[in-house]
Design a protein around this ligand. Sequence first.
Ligand code: SF4
Ligand code: SF4
Length: 439
Amino acid sequence: MFGKIKWGIHPDTHKTATERKAIEIPELPKKVILPVRQHIGAPCTPIVKKGDTVKKGQLIASAGGAVSSNVHATISGTVVEISDQPHPSLGKCLAIIIENDGLDQWAEGVPTKREWENLNHDELIDIIKDAGIVGLGGATFPVHIKLTPPKDSVIDTLIINAAECEPYLTADHRIMLEYTERVVTGVAILKKILAVNHVIIGIENNKLDAVKTLGDAFNDPQVDVVAVPTKYPHGSEKMLIKTLLNREVPSGKLPLSVGVVVQNVGTAVAVCDAVRNGIPLIERIVTVSGSAIKEPKNLLLRIGTLFSDAIAHCGGFKFAPDKIIMGGPFMGMAQYSIDVPVIKGTNGILALSKNEVNSGPQSPCIRCGRCVEGCPMGLNPSMLSILSEKGFFDEALDTYHLLDCMECGCCSYVCPAKRKIVHFIRYAKKMSALKGAKK
Ligand code: SF4
Ligand code: SF4
């Protein structure tokens, strides 16, 4: 159906440890740490103070700008501290710490049942905005903004990204199997907001049970559930759009430039919970896996739960891991401590052994061309890494399209010389941004 896909790689998926394990709900943590920045955009402003009593679902930090996203209490208890705390992607960030009172009481007016079919576009957008929903696939862009494209753009298709192409991660897979009805309702709400008459749910064909479950669940001829080939990085928006619609998102442009909005399948569930049930984003599914974890699991965690608590619920470590990652092994963030909180974008916590990490000393490029072959963006990763190493950032930017790199890691994965290509590319991007800022 799709022909041969030339880009990308076929890494070992490592999903068998958790793909058949039902979502577990651990006991509530003694405390949660809620950073004021868990999204792309401006940090939120705390609206509570030390000593305040808060309840689950209560707004505790309000969006700090046009691109920002509210933060809510995820347990009931007392605010014991507001200070800089370790953050899994920012290093440090101002955070609100809540000590659990063990009561798990809802804030007033939460949850609230709504007849969402009777709400208009603006009312639906306001609910999603107030609920603090961000893209749950890891991108963490505020969803209400993505659902409000500029007036002159024509959107004809909503794609639900359920590819989940990163190794180890099975959170979205379990969501489709276990939260099927909420996925269906969330998609219907998103479809109404965007006023599109075509929705495609793209799922990699290593999850055929999810393809069948969702295929049976949707009773809407305008919704297609489609199995796409299992190939990394099919979960990237641009790759999924190319496979499903044969449309190319131009360099530097967003999917809306080709008439598409993409939302993650977990985000659809969060939209359902907010709109139909009046529950803001306070929890998410996280896959805890990797060979250093005693019992890998899929967990429903309150946002703000420490990685250490999640790992303890999985029996702790079998041995000292070589690397801890938030997210998948390719695009995730390495962690130097497990005393960091689960944030809205945490889809996985991985504890990996040396064998699972593509490490080792790098040697000079042997010009084998494998990285060029594998790059889904059609770039020359070898040249980009060499230019970055030598400090030729302008050339990397202007001639070799540095900013088109989505940091998927295919190039580093296939490189026989073990060159740290993505590391060099990230460095070049940082240096170019710094130079730009100084001009
Ligand atoms: S250059 Fe960038 S986009 Fe291309 S394979 Fe490497 S990380 Fe992926
Ligand atoms: S894969 Fe590695 S060795 Fe081969 S061309 Fe690319 S950077 Fe050079």
